[in-house]
Write a protein that binds this ligand. Structure first.
Ligand code: CP3
Length: 366
C-alpha cells in the first residue's frame, strides 16, 4: 500500500478526493486541511468532550471511564453533545488512545486520582510474547467504529468527524512504563539496551493501529489525528532512529483521501522530523511559536498546521483569554491551512462558558 498525501491527491483529482458528500467537503475544517482560504480558521479543542462539562459528568456518574468508551451509545451521545454545545467546527470521537493496548492483552485501568495503569508492563523481549495479535486487537475495538458510525449519523451534516489513535511511540511508552511517567526511564531503557525488542514492539503496534484507523475511516471518519503526546522527550536523532520509520509505515498504510493530523507536545525541535512522517497537518503545542514553526516547515503552501492556544488561558477572565486569542489570530493573519486548537487538552477545571466564548470569537459570531 502507498498513500498519496491529501493535498497532492486533491490537486491530482481537482475536486472531491474522498468520496464524502459535498457539504462535508466544503466545510471550513476540510478546506483548511486542503490549504484553501476560509472565512475564519476552523476550531475544535482536544478533549472537547470531557470532565469540564457538567453534562459529561452527569453521564459519567456511576460508570467508569472505560464503561463509557465501551458503550457506543454513550460514546456517541457524549461526542455529539459536546460538539453541539460548544459549536466546534469538527467533532472528535469519544474514545481513548490506550484502548487498543487493553485488547493486546495489557490490563488497562483508570483509577480515581491517578492516571491510567497498564499491567504488566513491557520491559523485555519475553514480555513482548505476551501481546496478542494486533489485527485481532483492532477488530476488538469495533465498539469505537460503531460509535463513529452512529456519531456520523447524528452530527450536523456539515461537521466533520475526526477518528484517532495513539502513535506507536506514545503507546509503547505507556506500555513500557505501565502508565504515565515524567521521564520515561523504562521506555528509554528498552530503546537503548534492546533496540531489537523496541522495534519489534513498534512492528506489533503499527499494523494494529493501521487497521484500527482504516476501520474508523470506513465507519465514517473524515480525518484522522494521531496523538504522539510524549514524543517530545526524544532528541531528533533518537526520533529518527526509533520512531520515524514506524510513523512512516503507519501513515503510509492509511487509505488515500483522508487527511492525517499528527500531534505531540514539546516538539519544537522535532517538527521537521515529524513532517517527514507523511502527515498532512502538524499539531503544535503552546511552547512553540506557531507561525515561525510553520514558516520553517515550508509554510501554508506545504502543509496545514493546528494549534496552539495555551489551555490554561481558558481559566483566565474573558478579556485575557480573548486578547491572547486575538494575538494568535493576528500572528497567523490570512494564511490558509490553519486549524485553531489548544496546545493540549482542555483542563477539567475549565468553565464551559469560556470555551463557548472562545469558539464564538474565532468564528466571528460574538
Ligand atoms: O479529545 C476528545 O474529546 C476525545 C476523546 C479523547 C480522550 N482521550 C478522552 C478521555 C482523546 C482524543 C484522548 C486521547 C488520549 N488519552 C491521550 C492523547 C491526548 C493527550 O492528552 O495528550 C492520552 C495521553 C490519553 C491517555 C489518558 N486518558 C490519560 C492520560 C487520561 C487522564 C487520566 C485522568 O484521570 O485524568 C485519560 C482519561 C480520559 N480520556 C478522560 C477523557 C474524557 C477523562 C476520563 C474521566 O475520568 O472521565
Amino acid at each position: 500500500m502507498s498513500r498519496t498525501p491529501f493535498r497532492t491527491l486533491c490537486k491530482q483529482t481537482g475536486g472531491n478526493a474522498t468520496g464524502i458528500n459535498d457539504t462535508l467537503w466544503e466545510s471550513v475544517f476540510m478546506k483548511a486541511l486542503r490549504g484553501e482560504k476560509t472565512p475564519y480558521p476552523p476550531v475544535w479543542l482536544m478533549r472537547q468532550a470531557g470532565r469540564y462539562m457538567a453534562e459529561y459528568r452527569a453521564v459519567r456518574e456511576g460508570k467508569t471511564f472505560l464503561d463509557m468508551c465501551h458503550n457506543a451509545d454513550i460514546a456517541t451521545e457524549v461526542t455529539v453533545y459536546a460538539r453541539n454545545r460548544i459549536g466546534a467546527d469538527a467533532a472528535i470521537i469519544f474514545a481513548d488512545i490506550l484502548l487498543i493496548l487493553d485488547h493486546l492483552g495489557m490490563d488497562l485501568t483508570f483509577g480515581a486520582g491517578h492516571g491510567p495503569k497498564l499491567n504488566p508492563p513491557i520491559r523485555c523481549a519475553a514480555d513482548l510474547d505476551r501481546l496478542g495479535d494486533p489485527i485481532q486487537a483492532a477488530a476488538d475495538c469495533s465498539y469505537v467504529c460503531d460509535a463513529v458510525r452512529m456519531t456520523r449519523e447524528q452530527l450536523p451534516e456539515d461537521i466533520p468527524l475526526i477518528g484517532f489513535s495513539g502513535a506507536p511511540f506514545t503507546l509503547a511508552a505507556y506500555a513500557c512504563e505501565g502508565g504515565g511517567s515524567r521521564q520515561f526511564p523504562h521506555t528509554h531503557s528498552l530503546m537503548y539496551n534492546d533496540p531489537a525488542s523496541w522495534h519489534k514492539l513498534q512492528e506489533k503496534l503499527v499494523p494494529g493501529l493501521t487497521a484500527y484507523l482504516n476501520s474508523q475511516i470506513k465507519a465514517g471518519a473524515q480525518a484522522i489525528q494521531i496523538f504522539d503526546s510524549w514524543v517530545g522527550i526524544l532528541s531528533s536523532a533518537d526520533y529518527r532512529e526509533f520512531v520515524l520509520p514506524h510513523m512512516k509505515t503507519l501513515i503510509d498504510g492509511i487509505v488515500d483521501g483522508i487527511p492525517v493530523i499528527y500531534f505531540g507536545t514539546n516538539t519544537g525541535h522535532l517538527l521537521s522530523d515529524m513532517q517527514e512522517s507523511g502527515c498532512d497537518c502538524l499539531g503544535v503545542d503552546n511552547n512553540t511559536d506557531l507561525v515561525s514553526a510553520w514558516e520553517n516547515l515550508g509554510g501554508s503552501d506545504t502543509l496545514s498546521i493546528q494549534g496552539n492556544l495555551d489551555p490554561a488561558l481558558l481559566l483566565a477572565p474573558k478579556e485575557r483569554l480573548l486578547a491572547a486569542t486575538d494575538k494568535l489570530l493576528a500572528s497567523v493573519g490570512d494564511r490558509p491551512g490553519w486549524i485553531f486548537n489548544l496546545g493540549h487538552g482542555v483542563f477539567k477545571e475549565t468553565n464551559v462558558n469560556n470555551v463557548i466564548d472562545l469558539i464564538k470569537h474565532i468564528q466571528k459570531r460574538d
